[in-house]
Design a protein around this ligand. Structure first.
Ligand SMILES: [Ca+2]
Length: 395
């Protein structure tokens, strides 16, 4: 489990990020970033005409030769279990007839990026100018729809757009794997069998409920689905029918995706009227024991450590902290905890309650920093746009 989780947070940040994402979101997160990275090579592996297979594809082929038969045996058992669990036989027949062993999934799951970087190298890549421009454009294009979602769920549209942009490049990169096949392959691989088997059965539930067809149920190699890159368990908990047509379609329906993202944040405690956090400057000789320590074993422990760091902005002000540009911290009566994703060397953030909510989505400082950064850039573009209503940063 540790390796998977570590791999996921590495894949996500491309860095030695010591915060570990939750199982579910680790899968979604790694799925997201790796789907982006590996889609093209996956396509290469399946479409190239054998002559000159690149090494990764060749390796994938080798794994396939070894284990496709094993997968078929595993699928038989899984099918029995599906029927025993009471799934409709027609659905079960249809899904199991479609199951394909994806050697590539196994290779991706075992792979570990070796590249180490910091937030300073990561952020400009992950939230580059192209992504910011696109986010601003999407924010404006879908303004009406986004405002409705903002009102209904109490979550600012800029955060919905930022998550949408980072998870699936605004719905453009959602993954090309058949989700049941990817999940069955990962269950068969065995290292996290129980987790992926449950996700597989939840995928069957989603199909049984008719939200999407089997053919359209596509996702990343790790089973993260659609515009939101939800794992099936997240779908069950947070997905919404935004346009009211009776289906929660996070794969092809933008309204459903927007509502689902906002509902996720609302469900996990988003506070209205407050932003996520802010980058700050520390005074000389700062007492670093006030920072949330790194390496928490789970969210519960991280929250405990958060509570120890958290204090009112006025107190942080007294301790000598300022905004990154040296100006005074806001006078608002808010509590914040101090986060340093790259320890003493790197950036420091005062994190508000909503930071916790974003860390529920994906327990990675790098991920949350990029969401906050992108959301702030959207807001900045709004307030600097000529004639645009000023979208003031609050908190
Ligand atoms: Ca719908």
């Amino acid at each position: 489990m540790f390796r998977f989780v570590l791999m996921a947070s590495l894949a996500l940040s491309g860095a030695a990020c010591s915060s570990k994402a939750s199982d579910q979101q680790a899968a979604a997160a790694s799925a997201n970033s790796l789907s982006t990275a590996s889609t093209s090579s996956a396509t290469t592996a399946s479409t190239s005409t054998v002559k000159t297979l690149p090494p990764a594809a060749a390796q994938a082929k080798a794994t396939e030769a070894k284990t496709a038969r094993g997968f078929a045996r595993y699928s038989k058992k899984l099918k029995k279990e599906a029927l025993a669990r009471g799934y409709d036989k027609k659905l079960v027949d249809q899904v199991f007839a479609s199951l394909t062993f994806h050697a590539k999934v196994v290779v991706a799951d075992k792979g570990q990026p070796e590249f180490v970087e910091t937030l300073d190298t990561y952020l400009p890549k992950r939230v580059n100018k192209q992504r910011i421009d696109m986010a601003v454009k999407m924010y404006q294009t879908h303004q009406t729809e986004l405002k409705q979602v903002e009102q209904k769920y109490g979550v600012p549209a800029r955060f919905v757009v930022a998550l949408w942009g980072l998870e699936s490049a605004f719905g453009r990169i959602t993954g090309n794997y058949s989700v049941p096949s990817a999940l069955a392959t990962l269950a068969y691989e065995g290292r996290r069998e129980a987790f992926f088997k449950e996700e597989f059965f939840l995928a069957l539930d989603i199909l049984a409920q008719g939200h999407i067809s089997l053919k359209q149920m596509k996702g990343s190699w790790a089973g993260a689905m659609g515009h939101t890159q939800f794992m099936p368990s997240s779908f069950m908990k947070y997905a919404q029918d935004g346009d009211g047509d009776g289906h929660k379609d996070i794969w092809t329906n933008r309204s459903d995706a927007f509502a689902s993202i906002a509902n996720y944040l609302k469900t996990e405690g988003w506070q209205q009227g407050v932003t996520w956090g802010r980058q700050v400057k520390l005074p000389p000789n700062f007492d670093f024991s006030l920072v949330i320590p790194k390496g928490s074993k789970d969210r519960a422990q991280w929250l405990q450590w958060w509570a120890k760091s958290e204090r009112p902005l006025s107190e942080w002000r007294k301790l000598g902290l300022t905004n990154i540009d040296g100006t005074a911290l806001p006078g608002r009566d808010l509590k914040a905890a101090l986060v340093m994703p790259d320890d003493k060397k790197g950036r420091a953030y005062l994190a508000y309650h909503n930071y916790q909510t974003l860390m529920h989505w994906n327990r990675s400082y790098y991920f949350v920093s990029s969401v906050g950064y992108l959301a702030d850039e959207i807001s900045r573009a709004q307030s600097s746009a000529p004639g645009a209503a000023t979208a003031k940063k609050r908190g």
